[in-house]
Write a protein of this length. Structure first.
Length: 681
């Protein structure tokens, strides 16, 4: 396999300098061991191919020019017809307004004296009429609007100064049988009609003009005549203005194909290709002389690779193994001859990770392997796993063409095992230290808080006794003091239970009503619930059996789960709902019946995290959290022989649920767990 180039692979072995070899020129190259004859005219092929490409590009530019002109004209015709339809529709509407006035005049419901103030006349002047005139059958002016003192005179003057010419619309009036009855004429500003009906995007794309039969401009969106080089199209405005035409002239000029930048670039490209072809001819001669020297150097490298402690493999562009050294073969317990010629999947891939290994292989074949190397897992022939570090590099031939990939492989199994042992030891030590410190802190806090709470309870009781017999003390004050004493007593009981919990004492289990426990826990969070604007719904079955549990600890579990749900929805838009559901359940007659309580919210959900991760000590998603709330909750539930789990809520958000047995589990365990209960806190 002396024809393969390993590339610039790092080698930990120091190789002595090789002597300079003098190799006579050879007319052939070797590709994967097969001789390939290089034609003497190879240097002219790029020039010939470039001429063909340039000819094809010029033909394409010519066809593109014709296609662009055709598309431009079709688009111009479509825009002209669309604009003509809008303007014709507008003029037809104005004729309809004149028809309304004509009907009023014919029916003698409109007199010349009331003509000036009629709403149809005033509305037309406000739009874009310049003037409206009522002519009798003798051609005399019966009425004319506007007058100088008319309140819409400013609008009239503005319309008359728009520039360009004006057009007129007329409607005949009914008269006697022997002569016509007159005429109703409205003069309008053509420029105002253009300004109103031409959208901005059309005006930026075309020069739009209204012209008559003699090519005189009636109104236009631009000044000056049309350029000779502009593409244009005219369409008649129809019966409304029979002697007027709408003209669109495109502002976009399509240059001839031979005057475009690609033509200049291709001519320059041809000159460069011609020069490159001459240089290529000279280069090919030197490459032929260097080819034999390169093959000899490849033989040196092969001998060097066999002596390395680093595995080396070479693959072609299809992923076929074309070379492996002895070290690489020993890593997987096989001989080099067994591996050469194999295509994926490889026999040393881990069977359970075939999909992952195939994806990694396709990534590497696409040239996306990490430049700093990547870790992989292989399987030795005897079945044990080999951890390796792989460094990929392109494999090129003498022509500089990539023909595959070369990789160096380092066995890091022992290093990974050592790192894993050290990591586990460090985690165990750190975890134990944190648990010990947390237990000491919690025990100290429980002890120190007990005395202030006792003092608060005593002072509150004394104050309540002193004020209860007085008639001048308001009833709300006495209720507030009573409620304060109840809360202080509740806090004292919580501190006491926590202290007993931390000193490895069993919880004080007693039959308790979950309705009262859950309602009490929610009541403790009324302020937080109101502050976060959360809607809490209790769906508790009426026939819930009483459970054997410590009500104070179970209440703290409910408080923690509800508070976490409120915090999760604190920054969210939209409705914020918490649903607490409780029902009795029994999986089988032989299984102890239990009550399942679930707390679900409409927050962002668990983001794929499991209950094991969420309940791990010191794991938290809050910026100010300690990460112990859920861990303690799970410990409390497990001490009551229940289970805590978490999942995505069917209606969106997260759902935490715990179960409690309805009978004392101590009677079913034969007292096996009396001394084996571990304190997870």
């Amino acid at each position: 396999m002396g024809s393969l180039t390993p590339g610039a692979m790092a080698s930990p072995v120091s190789v002595p300098p090789r002597p300079t070899l003098s190799v006579p020129p050879q007319p052939r190259l070797r590709l994967f061991g097969s001789p390939v004859r290089v034609p003497a005219s190879l240097w002219a092929w790029p020039l010939i191919l470039s001429l063909l490409v340039v000819g094809g590009v010029m033909f394409w530019l010519r066809s593109q020019e014709q296609a662009s002109l055709t598309a431009q004209r079709e688009e111009m015709i479509s825009d002209a017809l669309s604009l003509e339809a809008q303007m014709t529709g507008r003029l037809d509407g104005e004729l309809a307004q004149l028809g309304i006035l004509a009907d009023l005049i014919d029916s003698r419901r409109l007199t010349p004296q009331a003509f000036d103030a009629h709403p149809v006349v005033l509305d037309g002047l406000r739009r874009f009429w310049v003037s409206v005139t009522w002519l009798s059958d003798a051609g005399r002016i019966q009425a004319h609007q506007p007058e100088e003192a008319d309140p819409v005179g400013a609008t009239r003057r503005q319309l008359s100064n728009d520039g360009g010419l004006t057009g007129h619309l007329s409607v005949s009036l009914a008269g006697r049988t022997d002569r016509p009855g007159g005429l109703l004429v409205a003069r309008f500003s053509a420029a105002a009609l253009l300004r109103e009906k031409v959208p901005w995007w059309l005006a930026s794309k075309y020069d739009i003009r209204m012209v008559d039969d003699g090519d005189d401009v009636i109104a236009a969106t631009v000044e000056g005549p049309r350029d000779e080089g502009q593409a244009w199209y005219r369409v008649s405005l129809g019966p409304s203005l029979p002697s007027a035409w709408l003209e669109l002239a495109s502002r976009e000029r399509i240059a001839p194909w031979w005057r475009t930048l690609p033509v200049a670039l291709m001519l320059g490209f041809l000159g460069l290709i011609a020069g490159a072809s001459v240089m290529l001819r000279k280069q090919m001669r030197s490459v032929s002389r260097a080819e034999e020297a390169w093959r000899t150097e490849a033989a040196w490298r092969t001998a060097m690779e066999d002596s390395l402690a680093v595995g080396i493999r070479a693959r072609d562009l299809d992923g076929r193994l074309i070379y492996v050294n002895k070290t690489m073969a020993d890593m997987v317990g096989r001989q080099p001859e067994e591996l050469v010629g194999l295509l994926p999947p490889m026999p040393y891939w881990v069977p359970d990770e075939l999909d992952q290994s195939m994806r990694r292989h396709l990534r590497n074949m696409a040239g996306q392997a990490p430049r700093g190397g990547y870790e992989s897992r292989w399987q030795h022939r005897d079945g044990h796993i080999v951890e390796v570090m792989v460094y990929e590099a392109p494999l090129v031939d003498a022509q500089g063409v990539q023909i595959g990939w070369m990789a160096s492989i380092v066995n890091i199994t022992e290093r990974k095992q050592l790192e894993e042992r050290e990591r586990r030891q460090m985690e165990a030590v750190a975890h134990q230290a944190r648990l010990t410190m947390l237990g000491e802190v919690a025990s100290t806090l429980a002890h120190e808080l007990n005395q202030p709470l006792s003092a608060i309870t005593s002072y509150n009781t004394g104050l309540l006794n002193a004020l209860s017999g007085r008639s001048d003390v308001p009833e709300p004050v006495l209720k507030a003091l009573q409620r304060q004493g109840e809360q202080a007593g509740q806090a004292a009981r919580i501190v006491k239970r926590i202290r007993e919990f931390l000193t490895r004492r069993e919880p004080q289990r007693e039959p308790c009503d979950l309705h009262e426990v859950i309602a009490s826990g929610v009541g403790l969070l009324k302020r937080d619930i109101a502050r976060h604007e959360v809607e809490v719904s209790l769906e508790l079955a009426d026939d819930l059996p009483r459970v054997i549990a410590d009500p104070v600890l179970i209440e703290q579990v409910v408080v923690n789960l509800v508070r976490n749900a409120c915090d999760a929805m604190a920054g969210q838009e939209g409705p914020r709902r918490i649903r607490i559901h409780a029902e009795a359940s029994c999986a089988a007659p032989s299984v102890t019946p239990f009550v399942r309580v679930s707390v679900s919210d409409s927050g962002p959900g668990l983001h794929g995290q499991t209950v094991a991760t969420l309940c791990a000590p010191f794991f938290t998603t809050k910026s100010d959290g300690m990460g112990m709330g859920l861990a303690i909750c799970r410990s409390i539930i497990e001490l009551h022989y229940g289970a805590l789990d978490a999942s995505e809520s069917p209606s969106g958000g997260a759902m935490f649920a715990f179960s409690l047995p309805t009978t004392d589990a101590d009677t079913d365990n034969d007292n096996d767990n009396d001394n084996d209960t571990e304190n997870p806190a």
